[in-house]
Design a protein around this ligand. Structure first.
Ligand code: CFM
Length: 474
């Protein structure tokens, strides 16, 4: 097993089985890091918590609901606006976020009255919004506030409203992934089946596991609509609370991010017999294959082919322009979860970039399997990395650009490595044909923009470096 030991982690021997270098001709039996175990004491994990996974990733992209955290005020900010999950209702869900602001006295005497007061106040502040999601935090879970009972109590006074309670405190799992699971299961059991679906087509899908980052979901739904397919609900990007209550009316669940949302698809299959079809909206070929897969289910192959031909003719020349220039650019693919395998091979095939390392913060073993299987020999694969390992990998591999989140991205900038935001994107959407070209353009700008090249020069160490380093690259 070609495990990779980081020098910085030599004092944490358990970390060794969490990183491998894929060798020439190796298969998964010999080069798979361990995945999604509890974080090892002594390593500073970059993972999020289960509250964040439930609320920030899946709950709050819902566009027509008030989103309320029942806990201390701090939890809510980090789960609010950093992800750019836009919506077509003027971004209501991005403009407002609520916290009950629990204090020591509530921990001692109970926070139920506080929650009730806050729910009523928030509904009164937004008279046109009749839906709310409420999230348990570590504090409210530990003291055992019965949030469902409080919600029922409010609904007696406000019968035109509806409230979804999500019990996924921060400690409910090894990472945010635990929260994905909890909210998927809670939503299907509490809410699906409580609103009758409005069917307008013979072909009806739920589009699941897309969070409309900078418009990803809208670009995909546009293809489906052009094929004559009704998107009954989108889970949860640009998603409507009541449409998501009617998910049981679809003929097919089209699943994008299997990491975060396979659970609800599996439950919908068990409970309502709706099949699950996994697709991939990133990259020309995976996307074309995906549109054709959905089309085959309904017998709409001609319509899918027309879209594939039209979009490819429009965007492929631009993609090829970037591919010519990006060939050989070295990147680290360091997202949180499933983008590891959504992107691993296709950015190499379609943009020419070399993926020298990939990591996942909270992906399960299956995500790592898919990522490593698609990676080139020589790729360093890391599970649940810590910051020092990231720095060591950057120093050793010398990537031109890394794709990661804001916090590791800031670390990369300090090492004078360019970073692209793999979570919120820079100039997205990145899904769809047009989106894929936008992604290529962002990589190109990160690798070759003169401004970025200037920022890569440390003039404090080498005052004449500006003459040497600037404008020397392709
Ligand atoms: Fe799925 Fe996501 Fe991701 Fe994810 Fe995430 Fe995300 Fe991500 Mo940030 S649901 S697993 S928990 S594709 S928020 S939209 S970008 S880490 S790779």
């Amino acid at each position: 097993m070609p495990h990779h030991e980081f020098e910085c982690s030599s004092c944490i021997p358990e970390r060794k089985s969490h990183a491998v270098v894929k060798g020439e001709g190796e298969d998964l039996t010999s080069c798979l890091p361990e995945g999604h175990l509890l974080t090892i004491p002594g390593t500073i994990s970059e993972r999020g918590c289960a509250y964040c996974g439930a609320k920030h990733v899946i709950g709050t992209p819902m566009k027509d609901a008030i989103h309320m955290s029942h806990g201390p005020v701090g939890c809510t900010y980090d789960t609010w606006h950093t992800k750019r999950y836009i919506s077509d209702n003027d971004n209501f869900q991005l403009k407002y976020t609520y916290a009950t602001d629990m204090k020591e006295s509530h921990v001692v005497f109970g926070g139920g009255d506080l929650l009730k007061k806050n729910i009523i106040e928030a509904f009164k502040a937004h008279p046109t919004i009749n839906r709310m999601t409420v999230y348990q935090t570590c504090a409210s879970a530990l003291i055992g506030d019965d949030m469902e009972a409080i919600a029922r109590d409010v609904l007696k006074e406000m019968p035109d409203k509806d409230i979804f309670v999500c019990n996924s405190p921060g400690f409910a799992g090894p990472s945010q992934s635990g929260g994905h699971h909890k909210i998927n299961i809670a939503w299907i059991h509490e809410k699906v089946g409580t609103v009758e679906p409005k069917i307008t087509s013979d072909y009806v899908i739920n589009y699941v596991g897309d969070y409309n980052i900078q418009g990803d979901c809208e670009i995909m739904c546009d293809y489906f609509k052009r094929m004559g397919i009704q998107v009954l609900s989108s889970f949860t990007g640009n998603g409507s609370y009541d449409e998501l209550r009617s998910m049981h009316g679809a003929h097919l669940n089209v699943l994008e991010c299997a990491r975060s949302a396979e659970y609800i698809c599996n439950e919908l299959r068990v409970k309502y017999g709706i099949p699950r079809l996994d697709i991939d909206g990133f990259g020309f070929e995976p996307l074309s294959d995906s549109l054709m897969k959905v089309a085959r289910f309904f017998g709409l192959e001609d319509r899918a082919q027309a879209i594939i031909d039209e979009e490819t003719a429009r965007w492929k020349p631009e993609l090829d322009w970037y591919k010519k220039r990006l060939t050989g650019v070295k990147v680290c693919l360091w997202p949180g979860g499933s983008k590891l395998w959504h992107w691993a091979n296709v950015i190499h095939e379609e943009m020419g970039v070399e993926v020298v390392s990939l990591y996942t913060k909270f992906g399960h073993q299956g995500d790592m399997e898919k990522g490593v299987a698609r990676a080139q020999p020589g790729t360093l694969a890391i599970d649940d990395p810590n910051e020092l390992e990231g720095i060591e990998a950057m120093d050793k591999l010398k990537p031109d650009v890394i794709f990661t989140g804001m916090r590791p991205g800031e670390v990369a900038k300090k090492r004078r490595v360019q970073y692209l935001n793999a979570h919120a994107y820079h100039n997205g959407p990145y899904k769809g044909y047009e989106g894929w070209v936008r992604f290529a353009r962002d990589i190109y700008n990160a690798a070759f923009s003169p401004i970025h090249q200037l920022s890569g020069i440390d003039i404090s160490r080498d005052p004449i470096a500006t003459d040497k380093g600037f404008m020397t690259r392709k």
